[in-house]
Design a protein around this ligand. Structure first.
Ligand code: FAD
Length: 362
């Protein structure tokens, strides 16, 4: 394999949604020499496995800092999607129908009432529906539905099309992309980044961004790594075929969800398993997903299963993303640990990290 170009202004490690979005944002801000290094192919890991839901409100119990960031990122999506389409011609299928969160037990019903109360007090967009109103909106939901919340601003994007659009955009913007290339270590001298060592040779650079998802800790930095511990949390998914489509909204319950795609796929998810790096689909996983999807809508029982897959979400011990300058080392930045929200948080992560890098270089 040919050796890699020897130097770059910024090296981004990892070509998932986070690395791609950061590389694009850097190029858009005028950083001319960005190098994106991906071990496999672009967008082949967690970002590909995701369901593409952009749902900060659905599961939120309080208006904390994370909630505010998540809403901010969701609200960037319409402009983000339009700009990507303009740049690449790719429609990322941002579907703004909204999300229905249904209550199927008495306990679920109490929970949705509490969520409705705090979110209306906070002035957020949320509608409380009776079971009849919810079924009028989406006739496929279970007869046992006791009520529902509708979140008009919690929407979805086709994450695989998003990855294609981002990959296309960074190429057009002149980012140098090295796939099938692993970064082994970030080279640090004193307390400054000097470059990275890859499977195709060294790249010298004064800035390195670790965006390697759940594998971020495998990149050697210092004997005592400044990158907080990131662990894999496996998520499995079942893909059904529904032609005509069964639902217009994303339908969520406290135990599972179904996501309708424009092409007739209906995604059902997911699991959250601490099972190491084994990215496999299991009998138990599929059975749990289908049980929870059937609880939402018994109508799915006749649909063909057309695909299954699994992905590894990058999880930090507090469940929050790890973003920004890292370990007081000049030029070292981290953008990982996005756990269940990497697609949602991508546009904001791109903006925040690229701005932090550009301002650190002034
Ligand atoms: C089943 C499932 C459903 C999900 N649903 C949603 C959802 O609905 N909404 C949402 O917002 N989020 C969702 N997520 C979470 C989301 O997918 C992740 O948070 C997001 O993809 C993380 O992006 P990333 O770029 O950090 O990681 P990844 O996509 O995993 O990318 C990391 C990349 O780094 C590369 N890499 C690793 N090590 C190296 C190295 N040494 N050198 C070079 N490259 C390296 C990898 O090959 C990989 O391509 C879901 C996840 C799963 C698994």
């Amino acid at each position: 394999m040919a050796s890699i170009k020897g130097s770059a202004e910024v090296v981004v490690i990892g070509g998932g949604v986070i690395g791609l979005t950061i590389a694009r944002a850097l190029a858009l801000q005028g950083v001319r020499d960005v190098c994106l290094i991906e071990r496999g192919s672009l967008g082949g890991e967690a970002s590909f496995a995701a369901a593409g839901m952009l749902l900060p409100q659905v599961e939120a119990d309080a208006q904390d800092e994370f909630f505010n960031l998540a809403c901010q990122s969701r609200d960037l999506y319409p402009a983000f999607a339009a700009k990507l389409r303009e740049e690449t011609g790719i429609d990322v299928e941002l579907d703004t129908t909204g999300t229905l969160y249904i209550a199927l037990t008495e306990h679920d019903h109490e929970e949705i009432q509490k969520r409705y109360d705090w979110q209306t007090r906070a002035g957020l967009s949320v509608e409380l529906l009776t079971a009849t109103e919810a079924r009028e909106l989406e006739p496929c939901i279970s007869d046992t539905t006791r009520g529902a919340l509708r979140f008009p601003k919690d929407i979805q994007v086709e994450n695989r099309r998003l990855l294609s659009a981002l990959a296309n955009s960074v190429k057009k913007l002149g980012v140098m992309i090295a796939t099938q290339t692993s970064v082994h270590s970030v080279l640090i001298e004193g307390n400054r980044v000097r470059g990275v060592q890859t499977s195709r040779g060294p790249v010298s650079s004064s800035v390195a961004v670790v965006a390697a998802g759940t594998w971020s800790n495998f990149i050697e930095t210092l004997p005592q790594s400044p990158i907080p511990a990131i662990e894999p949390v496996r998520g499995q998914m079942v893909c059904l075929e529904a032609k005509p489509q069964l639902t217009r909204h994303v339908i969520y319950s406290p135990r599972g969800y179904i996501v309708p795609r424009q092409d007739g796929r209906l995604l059902a998810g997911s699991t959250s398993e601490h099972a190491g790096f084994a990215k496999c689909v299991t009998a138990g996983g599929i059975s749990t997903i289908l049980r929870n999807a059937l609880e939402i809508s018994p109508a799915i029982s006749d649909l063909p299963v057309v695909d299954t897959w699994a992905g590894l979400r990058p999880w930090s011990s507090d469940g929050l993303p790890v973003m920004g300058p890292c370990g007081e080392i000049d030029g070292l930045f981290c953008a990982t640990g996005h756990y269940r929200n990497g697609i949602l948080l991508a546009p904001l992560t791109g903006e925040l990290i690229s701005k932090a890098i550009v301002s650190s270089q002034r």
